[in-house]
Design a protein around this ligand. Structure first.
Ligand code: F6R
Length: 254
């Protein structure tokens, strides 16, 4: 894991966007794995600015999202398809036919999940996977207790995640109880991983993911075994890390 501690989340978003923009320039047919939630929005804003400035071209980029609520139609303003359109796809020159979100409305969810995995493979696999982290250490909707070799599947949300996400819905009762999520095993097959973690409420999860033991109790800790995982943190999210000086000395080149 390469730990990059930044003064602000804005600086972290810019640095992460630089990595992605450069990767797109190097491989115009890149396959991106994308996340929703509040964390990556600033980075998406930077990518939009790069695209508008002519620094990056999304026209042949392909993408697969991490997760989608079960039962929400794409036009629902809390569906992750809606989120991706509003926060990235509508503002860059990507072909939406090349953007995918997991099947939240399939008649046969298990078959549709197997197809999603097959489609990722057929696209050549994910080149860069963007992640946020849950306050309980989840990545995508792989909650604590999820197998570290899990694949795309239907998952039940924990009470903690339902509470965390209730702020986006009219009430907690409106938060879907299930989602379709890439598995930890799916995520670990990405060639490169960029995880973004911001704010004091992520500090404990970051500490467990980066410096705790590898355990399905903290699904993000699996990234310790990934050969090319970068973790971009602001000072607040990095607050509990014991080896901050070491990480700073390792990332001074960025
Ligand atoms: C979203 C996702 C989730 C979020 C996590 C953090 O696609 O996979 O794991 O990354 O819940 O959410 P925010 O960024 O809203 O704090």
């Amino acid at each position: 894991m390469q730990i990059v501690i930044c003064k602000t989340k804005e600086e972290a978003c810019r640095k992460a966007a630089d990595v992605i923009s450069a990767a797109i320039r190097g491989n115009p047919r890149i396959v991106l794995g994308l996340a929703t939630g509040s964390t990556p929005v600033g980075m998406y804003r930077e990518l939009i600015a790069d695209c508008k400035a002519g620094k990056v071209d999304f026209s042949t980029v392909r993408s697969f999202n991490l997760d989608e609520y079960q039962g929400l139609p794409p036009e629902h303003d809390q569906s992750y398809r809606y989120f991706m359109n509003a926060n990235l796809f509508d503002h860059v020159n990507i072909d939406k036919a090349n953007t995918r979100v997991p099947p939240g409305q399939a008649a046969d969810t298990a078959a549709a999940c197997a197809q999603y995995e097959a489609d990722i493979k057929a696209a050549g696999g994910i080149d860069i996977q963007v992640l946020g982290i849950g306050s309980d250490g989840h990545i995508a909707f792989n909650e604590p207790g999820s197998s570290l070799v899990s694949r795309t599947r239907l998952v039940a949300l924990t009470q903690q995640t339902i509470r965390d996400n209730a702020r986006f819905f009219a009430s907690e009762a409106d938060v879907p109880r299930y989602a379709v999520s890439m598995g930890v095993g799916t995520i670990m097959e990405a060639r490169k991983i960029i995880m973004l973690c911001f704010g004091a409420n992520k500090a404990a999860a970051v500490k467990a993911a980066v410096e705790g033991g590898i355990s399905q109790f903290c699904p993000a800790s699996a990234l310790q075994m990934h050969p090319d995982a970068m973790v971009f943190l602001d000072e607040e999210a990095a607050a509990d890390l014991a080896l901050k000086d070491f990480y700073r000395s390792q990332s001074c080149a960025l």
